[in-house]
Ligand binder design. Sequence first.
Ligand code: HEC
Length: 148
Amino acid sequence: MLLNTKLITGFVAIALTGISVLKPFSNENYFDLDTKKSAVLVIESPGKEIYLDFCIQCHGANGKGDSKNFPPLDASDWLKNKRTESIAAVKFGQNGEIMVNKIKYNNAMPAMGLSNQEVADVMNYIMTSWSNKQSKIVTESEVAAIKK
Ligand code: HEC
């Protein structure tokens, strides 16, 4: 009886191994590929790197600003509705009174000396992060075309 159980267990184990070898397209075999894909995605998100290096100290890790000196980027109506002005702000700096989500800010954001490509990358990052869901991608040439 015990021997039988062992034999059956052994048989089932062999059968299962056989099945996974015979199924080259099973999820199990895709695991490695998926891992590589997500690693590539991380490398392909230079906008996040730029955000961490240049923006986080004022706008915060959660993009919420401080509701006083630094306006939010997460759910910002300014960022959502003023696409060109937002790109210009990041490209050239921004100061003077602005209204973001019904709160007045009158402070200064310096120009950070980013290249057009870096401005595009960081814009794409902030416009698709937190609760932001902008689908029209910002390109380098769109940034290049925006003058002071
Ligand atoms: C030194 C602090 C500081 C840094 C660093 C900074 N900002 Fe700002 N940012 C501000 C301030 C202050 C304003 C509002 C300026 C005003 O009152 O006119 C602003 C406004 C903005 C706005 C428009 C208003 C809004 O909230 O939607 C955007 C977009 C923006 N910043 C994005 C960025 C991005 C992207 C970076 C990094 C590349 C960055 N900022 C770095 C301080 C900063």
